[in-house]
Design a protein. Structure first.
Length: 107
């Protein structure tokens, strides 16, 4: 009478490791597709207009605007607050968060 032990050596099949590698690649591809679908600039099914501002208020500020299928990129020239123009009025932020604009009168 022969007794079998619980732990018998298994024969290793080389195709099993290939199947595991394919599974890993499928998970990576699914993660990349989800990442692309979540990105508002890359989503081809989104009909919304999107504006993304990076580094606001810094000389390296950049603004990306997506309107429909068209994507435009604007870069700051480093001169924040410069340009031609004149003061048109004063804006006040109220305690409730609303903004009030008071135009200046020309005398």
């Amino acid at each position: 009478m022969s007794m079998k032990l619980l732990h018998e050596p298994e024969t290793e099949d080389p195709i099993l490791s290939v199947v595991n590698i394919i599974d890993i690649f499928l998970v990576i591809i699914a993660a990349l597709l989800i990442t692309i679908a979540k990105n508002p600039l890359m989503n081809p099914f989104s009909k919304q207009d999107v504006t993304v501002i990076t580094d606001p208020g810094k000389p390296s500020m950049e603004m990306i605007v997506k309107k429909g299928e068209k994507i435009e990129r604007y870069k700051a020239n480093g001169n924040i607050g410069s340009g031609d123009g004149e003061k048109a009025g004063v804006a006040y932020r109220m305690k409730d968060g609303s903004m009030i604009y008071v135009p200046e009168r020309k005398q």
